[in-house]
Design a protein around this ligand. Structure first.
Ligand code: AMP
Ligand code: ZN
Length: 432
């Protein structure tokens, strides 16, 4: 049931003791870096001031901007000869960041991913196919090494060429697939076109979905379409990549590996901790990273700690499904809205497909939201389309408190590229 029983079944007090021990080593290592030495000096603290886990709040936050300002090797805490790999992400603004890894970092990362995959029931007899892009995107190599560590037969199919992807699934008897949620929907559509019924014609039983926000409704849809159990996987390049938090077979929140990270949830404005159960920004401190430890890293991801114990026996706390990134929040007529709220409504309509696009404009100085959503099947029954549009609009208004314009479009009209899905187009800035 557990790949690393010693670490996966730790009691809370044991987790905290281990965290303190590892934090101490991490802080000592951080002092090898000019960046952290200056940070501590400027904050008027020394490593000796951090004696308990509560003292962590004395440490200044690290941000994505710090990574950019110190691009490429400025936060490294080991001699560069020890660094064996880097991953770089360009992010939305185009300014790159770099994360460095030693051999040990890569081993720890692979162990974390293997632990996650084992937790959802995958074993050495499974065939694991990965539809992530390989290369700088950490979902490729991250899952590859984790899956190999478990001794599964791995199929590094990589992104794109959906027909070939499906051929691999059927020819190689793929039992487990890693795909971003928007791609899982696309796979199903192409299977349908090819006359393949995933329940009968494939051996798929397990899907790993993550890397982008998705609603519970979308997960259930994917499970139903493909006849699989789909598990939510959370990670980010700054924390190595996949393997940070993962659902267990209870499918009720993602266990975050607290032997790897100290977890805080803070108010994104005041930066003060919020009580367990309340939504805030996830802040992580790495506990076993050699090349580039990150202290109190502001992830920008909004979530909450789920209260209560998980029946699986792991005491590592669980993160709720991500609500989105603080940068994804749309403010319309003074109302804060997350794309995931809209998705949650749309996915409840069986007539609708999986693709949607939210466009914001401000012609006439009035904020307007248009929600385009694909229909699952073509119909020219206009009365039906009209009443459907009306009902979707009504339900969206109930959820987000403003009235969007809803447009039903034929299947295939909203094209997505190979990477993470684009759900929002904000054209307002260009008009002002
Ligand atoms: P990257 O560093 O390019 O892998 O992107 C990491 C970001 O993807 C995270 O900070 C989240 O915003 C998002 N992300 C990753 N996994 C999930 C998930 N399971 N649910 C929602 N968002 C996710
Ligand atoms: Zn559990």
């Amino acid at each position: 049931m557990y790949l690393h029983p010693r670490f996966e079944t730790l009691q809370r007090s044991e987790i905290e003791n281990l965290q303190m021990e590892r934090l101490h080593d991490t802080l000592k290592a951080c002092m090898n870096s000019e960046f952290y030495r200056k940070r501590f000096h400027d904050a008027g603290i020394t490593v000796d001031d951090i004696r308990t886990l509560d003292d962590v709040t004395k440490i200044p936050f690290t941000t994505k901007q710090d990574l950019r300002d110190n691009y490429p090797f400025g936060i490294c805490t080991v001699p560069m000869e020890k660094v064996v790999r880097l991953h770089s992400s360009s992010g939305t603004t185009g300014t790159p960041t770099v994360i460095l890894h030693t051999k040990k970092d890569l081993e720890q990362w692979a162990e974390a991913v293997a632990r996650c995959l084992y937790m959802v029931g995958l074993r050495s007899g499974d065939v694991f196919q990965n539809s992530s892009g390989y290369g700088m995107f950490t979902g490729g190599l991250g899952f590859q090494y984790g899956a190999e560590r478990l001794g599964m037969l791995t199929v590094p199919a990589a992104a794109g060429n959906t027909k070939r992807q499906i051929k691999f699934i059927t020819d190689f008897g793929t039992t487990a697939l890693h795909a971003i949620p928007s791609y899982a929907g696309r796979l199903y559509e192409v299977m349908e076109e090819m006359g393949i019924d995933p329940r009968k014609d494939t051996k798929l039983t397990t899907l790993i979905i993550g890397a982008e926000p998705h609603s519970e409704e979308q997960r259930r849809r994917i499970e139903k379409m493909l006849g699989v159990k789909a598990y939510n996987s959370f990670g980010m390049s700054e924390m190595c990549g996949p393997g940070v938090a993962f659902e267990c077979q209870e499918q009720n929140g993602m266990h975050i590996w607290e032997d790897y990270y100290i977890v805080e949830i803070v108010d994104p404005v005041t930066l003060e901790p919020v009580p367990d159960g309340e939504i805030g920004e996830l802040v992580l401190t790495t506990l076993n990273r050699e090349a580039m430890p990150l202290l109190r890293y502001r992830t920008r991801d909004l979530t909450r700690i789920l209260p209560g114990e998980c029946p699986c026996g792991r005491h590592h706390r669980r993160l709720d499904r991500m609500k989105g990134r603080s940068d994804d929040m749309m403010i319309l007529k003074g109302v804060n809205i997350f794309p995931i709220q809209i998705e949650t409504v749309l996915m409840q309509f069986p007539e609708l497909g999986n693709e949607y696009l939210i466009t914001l404009t401000n012609l006439d100085a009035n904020d307007t939201m248009t929600v385009e959503v694909e229909l699952k099947e073509f119909t020219d029954d206009y009365a039906r389309l009209q009443s459907l549009t009306k009902e979707i609009t009504r339900q969206l208004r109930d959820e987000i408190l403003i009235t969007p314009q809803v447009r039903l479009v034929p299947k295939g009209s909203i094209a997505q590229g190979e990477g993470k899905a684009v759900r929002v187009r904000d054209l307002r800035k260009t008009l002002i």
